[in-house]
Design a protein around this ligand. Structure first.
Ligand code: ZN
Length: 57
C-alpha cells in the first residue's frame, strides 16, 4: 500500500517508501506533521513556535 504525505509547508509530495528523501517529522500538540526536508521542519518549528517551552521573560 502506497502512502503519500505532503509537506505541510510547501505541499511537496513525500513518498513514504522512498529512502532517498528522509521524511522529517515534527510533533505539535500531539499531532504528527511531515515535511520534505529538515529546513521546512525547522521552519515549521519557528512559525508555530514552542508555545509552552519558552520561559524567557
Ligand atoms: Zn517542503
Amino acid at each position: 500500500m502506497k502512502r503519500f504525505m505532503k509537506c505541510e509547508l510547501c505541499n511537496a509530495e513525500i513518498a513514504d517508501e522512498k529512502c532517498m528523501f528522509a521524511v522529517h517529522m515534527r510533533t505539535r500538540g500531539g499531532e504528527d506533521h511531515y515535511f520534505c526536508c529538515e529546513r521546512h521542519a525547522d521552519e515549521f518549528d519557528t512559525t508555530h513556535g514552542n508555545e509552552s517551552e519558552k520561559t524567557e521573560g
